[in-house]
Design a protein around this ligand. Sequence first.
Ligand code: DAH
Length: 350
Amino acid sequence: MQDEIISLKEQILAAIAAAVTPDELEAVRIRYLARSGALPLLLEKMATVPKEQRPIVGKTANEARTAVASAFDARKAELTAAVEAADFDPTLPGRYEAPGSLHPVLQVRDRAIEIFRRLGFALADGPDIENEVFNFDALNTPPDHPARNEQDTFYLKEDGLAPSPGLDGRSPGGRRLMRTQTSTVQIHAMLNQPPPVRIIAPGRCYRRDEIDATHGMSFFQMEGLVVDQGVTLSDLKGTLEYFFRELLGEDLKFRFRPHFFPFTEPSFEVDCARTGSQVKGKEWLEICGCGMVDPEVFRQVGYDAEKVTGYAFGFGLERIAIMRHGIPDLRFFTDNDVRFLRQFSTRIDS
Ligand code: DAH
């Protein structure tokens, strides 16, 4: 038995060395090494070897197995490398990989983050799937507010899901929905940390709008929240004016128009205009909602409304990109037409 093993091993090693193509080597494998090849068949006979001889025969068998396996692997690597080397044609033209570039909306996002970073804001985020408590109730939005309507908000099917939790992680959070505003991140941020807070939160929002030149069903917002002792409306005005001038140009004029949002009081809409320039026939364009955080919102997250004040703001990133580049239709942003996107490429080679 032992001699048989040794001579079969020699035979296999010779066959491996003699194979000059991957196919030939594969034939050797099938003939000798595969499940019903010569080596496994021979080793099956081990069972019939008398007990005293078994240790020594077993040792020979193991040596044969390893020797053959490593010779096979080495030869395989050699032959594959040879095939690849033969296939390589240095005269063929290279394959061009078009370099990517950031989408114009994300360029606005990143520039905005840069500016707010310098003002000491930290980045925060929250989930796209929220529930009624985070998206509405905690933001002081009453149950009959029109935004809560199924015509305006995407509610999720809840079949088989555990109830979505509210602010304390236990009480019911109401129906699940796709967040309609990044203001939800205000709530997450305040639940996660005591004051002071100084955050921005860029992210996607969803609304059941009819899609047209100025509406999409999904868009980007950037939210801001500052909470501390003694924060005032002039802090808000100064911060936003500085920010938008950095982003859109020094010559920007501003108008803070009183407005209503459920979670701020007083609330404003910010309009801006550039001397001598009009977009869609209008001089003033509304770009941002903002206001002083309503004490009720502080109560919802367990902040002491007697001790702290704060301001919040939110604006749409597509809208800013439109102003920045004079883009006539929101749908360009999602059509994925490379001819459009390339115009905003920051790379010189595209
Ligand atoms: N969430 C508002 C919206 O989607 C925008 C907004 C307004 C955000 C006022 C704020 C704010 O933080 O204070 O229309």
